[in-house]
Design a protein around this ligand. Structure first.
Ligand SMILES: [Zn+2]
Length: 228
């Protein structure tokens, strides 16, 4: 009986310790979140198609898939630190948010609408969604870095922490609605090929075939193809 009482006491002490650890952890977490910007806007209408930390930790941003040429917006005011074309990022815009201490990256754009040195306001359209560079399918690759971007991307943080989860869920829901309403369709005209159609919409032939479950390159006139 005494043994049982002792065991119970040990269990209780352990439970209290674990409880205290939780309290400590929660307080620490709350303090970190308070330092993050509060009012960033969602950069583009679309559905999240890949998350931060995927591909064995190599993916240092989030992917938001949507319709080609959808407006891409600056999440907060800042200055354009880079705007160029790279083989990996494709058309890419970097914005330095000096006051907040972050740099954001918007990659695989179809078109860039700002140049290095430009001041941008929050919500300003800085480019159009595309599929340029090392990308398969129309999407925005979006990164957030504390202070500065670097090649090693050691300052990258999960954009969803800053953008707030609620907003991402809202955006995904809106995007699903938008995409089901405005899902781009193309009716094949004479002389067109999968190559010419994919070129026209800025997507890959592979993607076009996947979207339409095509097993060969053969298409026919008046065939209805789903673009995204
Ligand atoms: Zn990505």
């Amino acid at each position: 009986m005494l043994d049982y009482g002792r065991r119970l006491l040990v269990v209780l002490i352990i439970a209290v310790c674990i409880g205290l650890m939780f309290v400590g952890g929660t307080v620490k977490k709350a303090a970190t979140i308070q330092e993050l910007p509060e009012n960033w806007v969602w950069p583009v209408e679309g559905a999240i198609s890949d998350y931060f930390g995927s591909r064995g930790g190599e993916h240092k941003g989030i992917d938001i898939a949507g319709v080609v040429n959808t407006n891409i917006k600056a999440v907060s005011k800042g200055i354009v630190s880079k705007s160029y074309y790279s083989n990996t990022y494709g058309h890419v815009v970097f914005i330095l948010h000096q006051e907040e201490g972050y740099e954001t990256v918007y990659a695989h754009l179809n078109t860039r609408l700002v140049s290095e040195g430009d001041d941008v306001n929050q919500g300003q359209v800085i480019g159009k969604m595309g599929n340029t560079g090392n990308s398969s399918g129309t999407h925005l690759h979006f990164e957030v870095h504390k202070r500065h971007w670097s090649v090693a991307k050691e300052n990258a943080i999960n954009p969803l922490i800053v953008l707030h989860k609620q907003e991402s869920e809202w955006a995904s829901k809106k995007a699903v609605e938008a995409m089901s309403l405005h899902r781009n369709k193309h009716v094949v005209k004479e002389g067109e090929t999968l190559w010419s159609i994919s070129e026209k919409y800025g997507i890959t032939v592979q993607r076009l075939k996947e979207n339409n479950k095509l097993v060969s390159d053969a298409i026919y006139v008046n065939q209805m193809l789903l673009i995204n």
